[in-house]
Design a protein around this ligand. Structure first.
Ligand code: S3P
Length: 169
């Protein structure tokens, strides 16, 4: 079976939902950020600080090229991975792309305690969220399916995603 790529903004629940789906469907779970950290021996914040975002995007791209040669994976994608037309093409070719969505307020509430996301470690994270969401909408909206996660639990989102996957088999 083709890979499932869970995309969407930070704090939309890609990792929590991806783990649930992987357990339910007995398919391998991959988190792109975790693999990048493992491969480089550095935290995402350190990669951004020491080498910059452009370098991080190159690492993401390289990893995606590898994942796209595989099948059956459930991939939780870093929030910016799909925001590059070449990555989007590769994902569409090798899998189903499912975008998890949420309102800026929800994202802010879910991410405000954490400090591992360099793009949100800024003075006004809510306005950073709003700006980035606007810029990225053109990419997120190209996913094959979108699911709103504002008022539902990861379990319910996972059930929705599984319905989508089943409908494609
Ligand atoms: C990013 C999202 C993060 C991580 C990095 C950049 C983004 O992943 O890849 O901090 O550009 O949206 P999550 O979406 O898993 O938080």
């Amino acid at each position: 079976m083709k890979n499932v790529y869970l995309v969407g903004f930070m704090g939309t629940g890609k990792t929590a939902v991806g783990k649930l789906i992987s357990r339910k469907l007995h398919r391998e779970f991959i988190e792109t950020d975790a693999l990048i950290e493992e491969g480089s021996g550095k935290k995402i914040t350190e990669i951004f600080e020491q080498y910059g975002e452009v370098h991080f995007r190159k690492l993401e791209r390289k990893l995606l090229e590898k994942l796209a040669t595989k099948t059956n994976l459930i991939v939780s994608c870093g929030g910016g991975l799909i925001c590059n037309p070449e990555n989007l093409k590769l994902m569409a070719k090798s899998g189903i792309i499912i975008c998890l969505k949420a309102k800026p307020d929800t994202i802010y509430r879910r991410t405000k305690q954490a400090s591992h996301r360099p793009l949100l470690n800024v003075k006004n994270p809510l306005s950073a969220i709003e700006n980035l969401l606007n810029l990225r909408e053109e990419f997120y909206s190209q996913a094959h399916y979108c699911i709103n996660t504002d008022d539902i639990l990861p379990d319910e989102v996972a059930a929705e995603v599984i319905k989508v996957i089943d409908s494609k088999v």
